[in-house]
Design a protein around this ligand. Structure first.
Ligand code: PLP
Length: 390
């Protein structure tokens, strides 16, 4: 498609240059070790994290495991900015989303599900399985309207769900403002921080987040398979009123097992992934959250500046209190190409980016800068993008 597009352009010289280089790059980048992952998760994992996973198995009912778990929970508390309890689940981000909703929702409870992308929709679909959903949906990529949220809250609700960083559209939703409103109206605030925690500023306690959650394979730069949740006292009180709790994702069971004498998980944890998480969290500690957030912000701003210079439009339709994501940028595919074409052509050149999901498929492409992505990775990605789009 790229070749066809260039061919039809008036610039014959560009076409000839592209044709001579294209197959050669394709061959070079067949080597997987050479591939640069610039997608919004899974992200590249540091060699020391991979090495940590090859350590021998240990008894998960032992001090050796408890020390790892405690260490992870302590560092995560700094990442989340919370004094709430934190648990690590052996399951991806969606498991944590389901644990959050499933543990506080009785069948008659009203849950306001804010949706402006794929993962807001997922929260809505999970909530439908447990209670009565009150959707507050916007075009994917549009900003949410806090006035409309307040109107819904006035009618009463058990909880509000929000995706802080909507990975599918590259929009950063106003978590602090939603938390303030939820508190004012006595609703629990459940926040998906899957692609913000560990890369962008999140203040769980200050923003009144009752349950916050993160996935391992995003800004924490750990392989996929784990998630972590923080749970407030108010959320635990709501759990005491539940008619029925999930079994494997019972957060009260996680709390009981985590307490001083035990310091463990209720069921067998994915031990190699805990080794990896501990190592990855130490990388975060060594960098420092402030520097890490700054790096993510600078890199996302660089991507935006570069695509703007190429005449490409960002997807998010920003309104008051909403921002561009600092961990993933979503752009509209320029006329004549689809997001999937761009993704395919980039992949052939050794850079893996993402297309659009679901209803945004073909319409957009996304570049992630989560975890330990370095400025040179941004430069290479942008340079390849420029070549692909020429
Ligand atoms: N929430 C957000 C914002 C995400 O980006 C993702 C995955 O991309 C999820 C939830 C689901 O996480 P997982 O695929 O780890 O289950």
């Amino acid at each position: 498609v790229y070749i066809k597009q260039v061919k039809s352009s008036t610039n014959r010289k560009t076409y000839l240059t592209a044709r001579s280089f294209y197959p050669r790059f394709q061959a070079i980048y067949m080597n997987l070790e050479d591939t640069l992952l610039m997608m919004p998760g899974p992200v590249p994992v540091a060699p020391r994290v991979l090495r940590a996973m090859s350590k021998p198995m240990i008894n998960h009912r032992s001090n050796a495991f408890s020390d790892i778990y405690d260490d992870c929970r302590q560092i995560l508390a700094d990442v989340f900015n919370t004094k709430n309890d934190i648990f690590v689940l052996s399951g991806s981000g969606t498991a944590a989303m389901e644990a959050a909703v499933g543990c506080i929702t009785n069948p008659e409870d009203r849950i306001i599900a804010l949706e402006n992308g794929k993962f807001g929709e997922r929260f809505k679909n999970i909530a439908k399985r447990y209670g009565k959903v009150e959707p507050l949906a916007y075009e994917w990529g549009d900003s949410i309207d806090l006035g409309q949220l307040e109107e819904k809250l006035e009618e009463g609700a058990k909880a509000v769900t929000l995706v802080h960083n909507e990975t599918s559209t590259g929009i950063l939703n106003p978590a602090k403002e939603v938390g303030k409103l939820a508190k004012e109206y006595g609703a629990l605030f459940i926040m998906d921080g899957v692609t913000s925690l560990g890369g962008d500023l999140v203040k769980v306690d200050e923003w009144n987040v009752d349950i916050a959650l993160v996935g391992s394979q995003k800004c924490l730069a750990t392989p996929p398979g784990l998630s972590a949740v923080s749970v407030s006292k108010k959320a635990f009180e709501a759990m005491d009123e539940m008619e029925r709790m999930p079994y494997y994702l019972d957060l009260k069971a996680y709390k009981k097992s985590s307490e001083k004498t035990l310091r463990e998980t209720p069921y067998t944890p994915a031990i190699p992934l805990f080794y990896a998480l501990q190592e990855a969290l130490h990388i975060i500690k060594e960098e420092g959250m402030e520097a890490r957030i700054k790096r993510h912000c600078t890199e996302a701003a660089a991507v935006r500046a570069a695509v703007e210079a190429m005449g490409i439009e960002m997807l998010p339709n920003l309104k008051e209190h909403s921002h561009y994501s600092n961990t993933v940028s979503a752009m509209k595919a320029p006329e004549g190409v689809t997001g999937n074409d761009i993704k395919k052509d980039m992949q052939a050149r050794g850079v893996v980016i993402a297309g659009g999901q679901d209803r945004l498929s073909g319409k957009i492409f996304r570049i992630g800068n989560m975890g330990n992505v370095q400025p040179k990775d941004i430069l290479l990605t942008v340079a390849e993008l420029e070549i692909v789009l020429k």
